[in-house]
Design a protein around this ligand. Structure first.
Ligand code: MEV
Length: 450
């Protein structure tokens, strides 16, 4: 039987939950109770979260962890990281500490240009369209004045509008390709509002333009939207040190490590299968800070992966060299971020994260996020080229396995001790807990009585 429903969005939150529980769950009471268990007791706070999106039924938790000891351009930070994957925060903290002792991270803004486009079709003569565009360009700018006034006061606005002939990739296809400076806001709403105004002006002016005399010269606007590909909005994060200071493990020669590390980066530069995983590791750090600071991680992901393919082949975002005895490791990453607007002043934990970072500007946040990506990448490639990642990863994953096995607090303590010197696998932990329970059943009882 169909479960289609009309007017779902009009139902009250409780009614929505009741309906879902009844229609989709074997035990409706249990399902509804679970959903309600995740509501916040503070009704006002819950209402705030309910209103972020439509049809909210509850909250979906992600842990907010912190990675201390980051030194970026000489300033100390503790990074907020919202992420579910064990070992990401620990890896970031480890890399931060390592590089803090070697001068810290350096980060430079290479550009802050945002892009938006009005996509339209035109079948007439291109030179006529060009003349029309030149004639109306001042009107495109002046016609958006009331939208750009506030942004201009903050030092931003529209930086340019070009007519782009794209007929080589699609018949009759042209664009207004506009560039923007959005200062401390990510700028999506500002850009999209400007673009929709450009489209309106474009159509009105084309209808009234005396140079257009035939139907061929009609302009059909297809859509107006910002681009999440921002190759001109890029931060560079970097670390460097003399090779002999790369003392990552007691028994590993720094020079051997440095060479192996650089080779691992070269593999990621050359080989897309490796590059994707390599960049995924970078995104572990980037997304965690992007989410914690209320930014749009989907936009960042889309833009970053397009940037990683800009040579025509998907490649590593990070690079490393050894020159004159100096190890250098850096990343260039496109990041359209905001520290005002959007969720930044609405979500209490986003406000918390931004205050913890010292209320950064968007540029400073770009630097912090770029560094989070580089630190994460350093930690991953360091593990991969030395111990392998499973050792650290499974240690951090131990708690998840113990929770799956419903281990008590005492059992967790015993297990943590045991697995300091033993390899963590799901089976090994399960065996260990089983043995523990046989030997000492009171460990379980004691915890239940608490
Ligand atoms: C796991 O989330 C990320 C890594 O696979 C990244 C990498 O391989 O570089 C460890």
């Amino acid at each position: 039987m169909s479960k289609a429903i009309a007017g779902f969005s009009k139902l009250a939150k409780d009614e929505k939950i009741e309906w879902i529980a009844k229609e989709y769950f074997a035990n409706p009471e249990e399902a509804a109770a679970l959903v309600r268990k995740y509501w916040n007791n503070d009704a006002e706070l819950q209402k705030l979260h309910d209103e972020f999106i439509e049809n909210t039924i509850t909250n979906f938790y992600l842990p907010l962890g912190v990675a201390p000891n980051f030194v970026i351009n000489g300033k100390e930070y503790i990074l907020p990281m919202a992420v579910e994957e064990s070992s990401v925060v620990a890896a970031a903290a480890k890399a931060a500490k390592f590089w803090a002792a070697r001068g810290g991270f350096k980060a430079t803004i290479l550009g802050t240009e945002k892009i938006g486009q009005v996509h339209f079709m035109y079948t007439g003569d291109t030179t006529k369209l060009q003349a029309f565009f030149e004639a109306i360009k001042p009107k495109l700018i002046s016609g958006t004045h009331e939208l750009t006034r506030n942004m201009e006061k903050r030092g931003g606005g529209i930086t340019d509008i070009e007519l782009r002939d794209k007929t080589n990739i699609l018949e009759n296809y042209y664009q207004l390709h506009a560039t923007f400076e959005t200062v401390d806001s990510m700028g999506a709403n500002f850009i999209n509002s400007c673009l929709e105004r450009f489209a309106k002006i474009l159509k009105e002016e084309a209808a009234a333009y005396s140079g257009f005399t035939s139907d061929e010269e009609d302009i059909e606007v297809i859509m107006s939207i910002l681009s999440n590909y921002v190759p001109g909005c890029v931060v560079r994060a970097e670390v460097n040190c003399p090779v002999e200071e790369l003392t990552v493990e007691k028994d590993i020669d720094p020079e051997v490590f440095a060479k192996k590390f650089v080779t691992a980066i070269k593999i990621a530069e050359a080989e897309p299968f490796r590059a994707v995983t390599h960049n995924k590791g970078i995104m572990n750090g980037i997304d965690a800070v992007v989410v914690a600071t209320g930014n749009d991680f989907r936009a960042v992901e889309a833009g970053v992966h397009a940037y990683a393919s800009k040579s025509g082949s998907y490649s590593s975002l990070s690079h490393a060299t050894i020159e004159n005895g100096i190890f250098r490791f850096w990343i260039d990453v496109p990041l359209a971020l905001g520290t005002v607007g959007g969720l930044t002043s609405l979500h209490p934990l986003v406000k918390f994260s931004l205050e913890m970072l010292g209320k950064p500007s968007a540029k400073e946040l770009m630097q912090i996020v770029g560094v989070a990506g580089l630190a994460q990448n350093f930690a991953a490639v360091r593990s991969l080229t030395t111990t392998g990642i499973q050792q650290g990863h499974m240690k951090m994953h131990l708690m998840n396995i113990l929770n799956q096995l419903k281990a008590t607090d005492d059992e967790k303590l015993e297990a943590a001790k045991h697995f300091e010197t033993n390899t963590v696998t799901h089976a090994a932990v399960a065996d260990y807990i089983e043995t523990l329970r046989k030997v000492n059943p009171t460990l379980i009882e004691k915890d239940f009585l608490q």
